[in-house]
Write a protein that binds this ligand. Structure first.
Ligand SMILES: CC(C)(COP(=O)(O)OP(=O)(O)OC[C@H]1O[C@@H](n2cnc3c(N)ncnc32)[C@H](O)[C@@H]1OP(=O)(O)O)[C@@H](O)C(=O)NCCC(=O)NCCS
Length: 170
């Protein structure tokens, strides 16, 4: 998979096993924003979780810079609607971009690629994600790029439930 490039530089592509060490060490926390630690943990754990459970419908895409390596990562999955219900829906488990590569559209491209990939895989419906209510960067991205709907998460008052359609705005 080679979905798109940023100015001919950054390639958005599927994770490969040779990316393992880079993803395990991937850093996307922001000083002073504790809520950025959990997305980083999810990203770092994803390669081994997928390797340990090949039946798990979880995927990783990376933004790969030819000189510096992986600068962005998204983890996405077919999430079961309920324990008894075989229906799944598109779900973004985590998304992060290295601090020195932010505000260049990389997260937008990763989320777009993940949504298109899940649609290709036949996972139907709008894409869901949970975003901490203080995470202005991610909330703004969803609002400006995906016209997403944000609603209170009834299970966790710290989070909003974000519902995004497949078509990005630009
Ligand atoms: C959230 C995050 C993934 C955004 O990555 P990014 O590559 O910088 O995002 P994009 O460049 O695609 O941003 C697109 C738009 O989102 C909004 N946006 C992004 N970062 C923003 C910020 N810090 N403040 C306000 N708006 C922001 C803007 O509208 C931006 O467009 P603009 O740059 O033209 O103004 C990145 O800040 C990050 O890794 N944060 C830490 C991890 C995290 O919180 N992940 C999300 C939880 S799962």
């Amino acid at each position: 998979m080679d979905w798109s490039t940023l100015g001919g530089v950054v390639t958005i592509r599927a994770y490969q096993s040779s990316d393992h060490d880079q993803v395990r060490a991937f850093t996307c926390t922001t000083p002073g924003q504790k809520y950025t630690r959990e997305p980083q943990r999810v990203i770092r754990d994803a390669p081994d979780e997928i390797a340990n459970d090949p039946s798990d419908e979880t995927w990783i895409a990376v933004a790969d810079h030819p000189d510096v390596g992986i600068v962005g990562v998204i983890v996405y999955q077919a999430q079961p609607v309920g324990s008894e219900d075989p229906t799944t829906r598109p779900y973004i488990a985590s998304l992060g971009v290295r601090r020195d590569y932010r505000r260049q559209g990389i997260a937008t491209m990763l989320k777009t690629a993940a949504m298109l990939d899940m649609a290709d895989r036949g996972i139907e419906g709008p894409t869901i994600s949970l975003v901490n209510r203080r995470n202005i960067a991610m909330l703004r991205l969803n609002e400006t790029r995906f016209h997403a709907i944000a609603e209170r998460d009834l299970d966790d008052p710290n989070d909003d439930v974000i519902t995004a359609a497949i078509e990005p705005v630009d």
